[in-house]
Design a protein around this ligand. Structure first.
Ligand code: ADP
Ligand code: MG
Length: 255
């Protein structure tokens, strides 16, 4: 698709767990270069949608097209390599590894070295190792963690851990970044910093799908928003339109 066209098109997605339709016939279109919000009360299916988009779950029905290619049926690592990166609702870092090492985990796909190169420290391995350090440091600087590269992840304040997860996801060099409640548990200053970084990511041409509870975050950075309730899409549009929608207000009050 050309710039400004749809990067992701999901149609009729159904995700059933036993008798529960966690996602019930949802269509989703995300335009290239935008920040698309995915909101809804607790249990409305937001994380499930993200798991379907990244191949963690295979939908019961429906199709998903990413950059012109089908997603359903491919493994999650294949989908990740094709350009969809994500963070999780709960922090998933390697606590005893440094910040830089955590980002480098996300860079391994770029390595050509085999086990012999690594054990013999061949020039190829040394070259790649240096490139991985440079690129990892670049990503840490991008999210404001340049000074904390050698800290163990578990010793970083919570807000910094969330930023580190974003840096690791960016190491995949994705076209699409999915963020599952990145502001959860953050302080107000941390949230401000996060907003700046998400905008910067979008300005680098990476499309973002943002699941977020904080309405002010959604309102201030999303170009468009889809609202889920009990697995169904009940509203969609610009943030201000969606916020004023009666069905949305009701879903939040009722939930
Ligand atoms: P949200 O992220 O919007 O809070 P979820 O997508 O996590 O909601 O969950 C949507 C619904 O699907 C919930 O009722 C949840 O209990 C259910 N659900 C999610 N994953 C599973 C699973 N693996 N097995 C069974 N039920 C699940
Ligand atoms: Mg969730």
């Amino acid at each position: 698709a050309e710039a400004g066209g749809d990067l992701l098109v999901a149609q009729g997605v159904l995700m059933q767990f036993g008798g529960l339709k966690a996602i019930n016939n949802v269509d989703l279109r995300v335009r290239r270069g935008t920040i698309h919000g995915l909101i809804g009360p607790n249990g409305s299916g937001k994380s499930t949608m993200m798991n379907v988009l990244t191949g963690i779950y295979v939908p019961t029905a429906g199709s998903i097209d990413f950059a012109g290619n089908p997603v359903v049926g491919r493994t999650s690592s294949d989908i990740a390599l094709s350009g969809i990166a994500r963070t999780f609702q709960n922090v998933q870092l390697f606590g005893e590894m440094t910040a830089l090492q955590n980002v480098q985990v996300g860079l391994h796909h770029t390595f050509a070295s085999n086990i012999l190169d690594v054990s013999l420290h061949t020039p190829r391995y040394k070259r790649e190792e240096k490139a991985a350090i440079d690129r990892g440091m670049g990503l840490l600087h991008f999210v404001g963690l340049g000074d904390l590269a050698t800290e163990e992840a578990r010793n970083l304040p919570y807000g910094k851990q969330r930023l580190l997860e974003i840096a690791r996801a960016l190491a995949l060099d994705p076209q699409l970044l999915l963020l599952d409640e990145p502001a959860a548990g953050l302080t107000a200053p941390d949230i401000k910093e996060l907003i700046t970084i998400i905008r910067k990511i979008r300005d680098h041409g990476i499309t973002v799908i943002l699941i977020e509870h904080h309405m002010d975050v959604v309102m201030s950075i999303c170009d468009s928003v889809s609202v889920l309730d009990f697995g169904q899409k009940i509203a969609e549009g610009k943030p201000a339109e969606v916020q004023a929608d009666e069905k949305v207000v009701e879903a939040y009050l009722g939930g």
